[in-house]
Design a protein. Structure first.
Length: 73
């Protein structure tokens, strides 16, 4: 998520902020970010529209399910 923010937004928080929220040290966060960029996505931050739409729909459905579950309680 942080890489998406950094890639598309003009302004974003420092890694120390994200690390604090995530409950890790800044050094660990920086290391994880580099490993993810290099080993997993190979610096490819582009997301095609089909993939974006699929994830968007999954999030909408998840949110609707969560809202329904709360109403039942």
């Amino acid at each position: 998520m942080t890489l998406a923010c950094k890639s598309y937004d003009d302004y974003y928080y420092k890694n120390s902020y994200y690390a604090k929220i995530g409950g890790v040290t800044t050094e660990e966060f920086n290391s994880l970010e580099v490993k993810y960029l290099v080993n997993y996505i190979k610096f490819s931050l582009y997301v095609d529209s089909e993939t974006y739409d699929a994830y968007y729909q999954d999030l909408v459905i998840y949110h609707q399910d969560q809202s329904t579950d709360k109403e039942v309680l």
